[in-house]
Ligand binder design. Structure first.
Ligand code: ZN
Length: 175
């Protein structure tokens, strides 16, 4: 992850705030770590390496992850308990949508848009290993000529800690 190859330009780092996740992603990660014990643990990647279950960075290219606007929650869909937990967490994200103002949530073969509308996720890369959530505004990205991924105002929202904690605890105790 570090070194920039090719043209020597790590476009993913051309965000307005530098190389760190946006306040909304930082806040979300904190709430999840404090309320969902499984997400504080590591899992074993296909190459055998233990990795954290919360991941915001990708590969240093121009993408919503390295721009600091996205978080992946590693929860395997082929493990019943993890898939069940994932659906509870997604329920909590939907319930807190107006406080969190995320732009999209993807898991398995479905996705939710910023209005909470569910639709099939048809890209080849089905999300069978993780929930993806992000604050990327595609319109702002297009305005830059697709040269950088600006942070929309929603990426600065941090006031959802209490409500999300409440929702997660309700669901997590049910789980
Ligand atoms: Zn992702």
């Amino acid at each position: 992850m570090g070194a920039c190859t090719g043209l020597g330009v790590c476009k993913g780092l051309q965000t307005f705030e530098g190389n760190k996740p946006c306040p909304a992603v930082r806040t979300l990660a904190q709430v999840l770590l404090e309320n969902v014990p499984l997400l504080t643990e590591t899992y074993v990647e296909v190459n055998g390496a233990p990795l954290p279950r919360l991941q915001w960075k990708k590969d240093g290219t121009l993408n919503r992850h390295d721009a600091g606007l996205a978080l992946d929650l590693i929860l395997f869909a082929n493990r019943a308990g993890e898939q069940q937990l994932a659906s509870k967490i997604i329920e909590a994200f939907l319930e807190c949508r107006t406080e969190m103002h995320w732009y999209s949530v993807i898991y398995m073969n479905f996705q939710y848009d910023r209005n909470g509308n569910r639709s099939p996720y048809t890209d080849s890369d089905l999300h069978m290993t993780h929930i993806h959530i992000d604050w990327m505004n595609y319109g702002l990205y297009k305005q830059t000529g697709k040269t950088s991924i600006p942070w929309p105002p929603e990426a600065y929202r941090i006031g959802f800690t209490d409500i999300l904690t409440k929702r997660l605890n309700r669901h997590y105790s049910e789980w």
